[in-house]
Design a protein around this ligand. Sequence first.
Ligand code: PLP
Length: 445
Amino acid sequence: MVEPIRMTSREDRERALREAGYNTFLLRSEDVYIDLLTDSGTSAMSDRQWAGMMLGDEAYAGSVNFYHLEAAVREHYSYKYIVPTHQGRGAEHLISRAVIKPGQFVPGNMYFTTTRLHQELAGATFVDVIIDEAHDPASPHPFKGNVDPAKLDALIKRVGADNIAYLSLAATVNMAGGQPVSMANVRELRKLCDRHGLRMYLDATRAVENAFFIQEREEGYQAKSIKAILFELCSYTDGAWMSAKKDSLVNIGGWLAVNDAELFEQLGNLAVIYEGLHTYGGMAGRDMEALAIGITESVQDDYIRARIGQVRYLGELLMEWGIPIVQPIGGHAIFLDARAFYPQVTQDEFPAQTLAAELYRDSGVRSMERGNVSAGRDPATGKHRYPRLELTRLTIPRRVYTQAHMDVVAEAVKAVWDARKSTRGLKMVFEPKYLRFFQARFEPL
Ligand SMILES: Cc1ncc(COP(=O)(O)O)c(C=O)c1O
């Protein structure tokens, strides 16, 4: 599918930015030139996927497309039982409700916005057990998504295994810059969980991209296919939730999968209340078909090399020009280090939000904030969480843009970098209660 893009004047963008309260989530897409807001649901579908859309079986129950999806998840992600959901957060909601008892703790390798919120709404406290290197944008560690087993062990000793709902493991870690976990780490975590009778559930949203990094960097995996690595990675975990809008190359959809038959019954029952019948979970039959096909396309070695290669192309250009980004370059996006852009802007003045606004104003390129605004407030104290990372994310949609678009983006970032010294921060003038980064509004200081 080819879509037109529209060039805008600086005047147009000034107006659009003001109307959007300096929040790139509130811009109209028609006012955007190159859209790197997210890789979620923004992929171009293939000819095979569009053909699959014509084979939608829109029966309310037992659609043939559900069984294709179920087979694809079993074959590629290893799990036995699958509940489709409308997208990732639908799956996060169901698993959190089903397995968290109020007052429990959920350790994980860095928070993700919607994941942590559903864990908190179910009564849990999230505890970050990622390795320290993940919080340092300049650390070259090859697996910055790894869990620190000593941190997990210390939590188990402190609160007791009975007070831990499960280990929440993300592959790759979005908020750390699209950073992978190693197979060795996941294997070690499996053993640790077994010793304490703990379950480990995977956020599989970008697990295919994680498999690419394992193939590239971990000893013994160079000759294995992405498909085999993905399967092995998932096989160490007890289940997974999935936002299929990323790795699986569809515009909408998700699923939840587990190996425990009793838990599956419970999840299927919750799905009926919150998502839709357990054989469609909020998706149309045609969407499930496109997803089943997207899963098979996502694990092709040549495709994933090209996809991550394009992200690297942009990142390497920026690095050549001395622009500070999170290293090593991750799977789905380039993360600009907003603190290094704007040392004069305090975290209360939202440097990463400021950078996203400046980039849009200057070029029409849309990015998003991943810093103090995204981290939100601590529910216990009501204070900003002040994460160490203040990042602005340039997220690359899959199979959409060309290398020439990446050149334009790099030049746009360079222009904002060159003007960095005179930039001032923002003041938050409207703050919604949940997931404030989506809808908050700002004014220039
Ligand atoms: C790592 C991760 N987990 C979960 C989600 C939630 O998925 P969705 O947006 O489909 O609800 C996302 C999406 O942004 C994500 O990046």
